[in-house]
Design a protein around this ligand. Structure first.
Ligand code: PLP
Length: 382
């Protein structure tokens, strides 16, 4: 009964690996893609009182007006970006839904979409589920996992893609782009007839230069669908809440699909999200903690022989295991079984990345310290 389209798409490599981890209580998991913090109290409290006050209904399909206004204000203040809450902002159930809606809204069968690799696991799957064709644009460790604009230009000229999915700070490498790098990228993209879907879900988690929103580059806004949400920065994965901003025509098309398939995002999560936009202090405290952990883990991984590019955002690092002559799956399995440390095989993020593992440092410093001891012992015994 299952459609050919769905059969063609393989399961997430992460899920397959984590089926193994389940039932191993002693494991230190450096695999998870979510904050280890609970949602800040002021946000949880807002959700609790909203329930007590009886906010249990549907909202407008677009999402609560007050939340759309808060998001418009946030984007104006932070990036001098002006989006109309009326028809250029849609509240979604996480960036996941926003991504699916954007692709569904624009793709006809066989339309091509550029996915930058290594990539978040859902991108190629969602393109294929929406009958599009994926064009992988691979980045290399020696180029800091950043997009090579010459290679991008070649893909654009040869295949004339309908869209490109951008993600920075990146899952799984943690790299991000400076304003100048983004401008260089935009110069290559600006004259093409295409849409840029910019997944900026890690916008709050950066360690050096502030995040620059792609849509805020001069002339870019009309060709960008900005996707963002509260899962990572405000530790709200379970609330399932995000938003999409973009040209009226695209947001209207996304809204149409959303109004039939989802109706609206949960009202409690929407109320909580408005509060999350005010939780700057709490978010900064979490980012400060991630930075401490990043500084520790990257230094230690390089010391014990796992070459790791310094991540500038998110809470991941992508470490090279090539010299150990063990495939990423075997490496991760052996590390799990011998030392009870879970990491994600790099090939989950693109078939060419079997020489890497993704390590998430969304874990306590204490656990990270113990994990380093275990990984070092594991490497010595290889
Ligand atoms: C790059 C990226 N985009 C989107 C998501 C999903 O976000 P949400 O929880 O808002 O659906 C994730 C989650 O890991 C992610 O890493």
């Amino acid at each position: 009964m299952v459609s050919k389209r769905v059969k063609k798409v393989s399961h997430s490599g992460i899920r397959a690996f984590f089926d193994l981890v389940l039932g191993m209580p002693e494991v230190i998991s450096l695999g998870v893609g979510e904050p280890d913090f609970v949602t800040p109290w002021r946000v949880r409290e807002k959700a609790i009182t909203s329930l007590e006050e009886g906010f249990t209904s549907y909202t407008s399909n677009k999402g609560l007006k007050v939340l759309r206004e808060d998001i418009a204000y946030h984007l104006k203040k932070k990036y001098a970006l002006r989006y109309s809450p009326e028809d250029e902002i849609l509240i979604t159930t996480g960036v996941s839904e926003g991504l699916d809606l954007a692709l569904r809204a624009i793709l006809d069968p066989k339309d091509k979409v550029i996915v930058v690799s290594p990539h978040y696991v859902a991108y190629p799957a969602l393109v294929e589920l929406n009958l599009g064709e994926v064009l992988f644009l691979q980045t290399r460790e020696k180029e800091g996992f950043k997009i090579n604009t010459k290679k991008l230009e070649q893909l654009l000229v040869k295949y004339k893609p309908k869209a490109m999915i951008l993600n920075y700070p990146s899952n799984p490498t943690g790299i991000t782009y400076t304003e100048n790098e983004l401008k260089k990228l935009w110069r290559v993209l600006s004259d093409k007839e295409m849409l840029i879907i910019s997944d900026e879900i890690y916008e709050d988690i950066f360690y050096k230069e502030s995040h620059v929103c792609f849509a805020s580059l001069k002339g870019a806004k009309k060709k960008v669908v900005l996707l963002n949400g509260f899962s990572k920065g405000c530790a709200m994965t379970g609330f399932r809440i995000g938003y999409a901003c973009g040209p009226k025509e695209i947001i209207e098309a996304m809204m149409k699909i959303h109004s039939f398939g989802m109706l609206c995002a949960p009202i409690i999560s929407q109320i909580a999200a408005s509060e999350a936009l005010k939780a700057k202090k709490e978010i900064n405290l979490m980012v400060k903690e991630y930075k401490l952990r990043r500084d520790f883990i990257v230094k230690e991984l390089n010391r014990i022989g796992l070459h790791t590019v310094m991540p500038e955002g998110a809470f991941y690092c992508f470490s090279c295991i090539e010299k150990f002559k063990l495939g990423d799956l075997d490496f991760a399995k052996a590390l799990l079984l011998q030392e009870n440390v879970a990491v994600i095989p790099g090939s989950a993020f693109g078939i060419s990345y079997g020489g890497f593992i993704r390590i998430s440092y969304a874990n306590t410093l204490e656990n990270l310290k113990e994990a380093v001891v275990r990984i070092e012992r594991f490497l010595k015994n290889l």
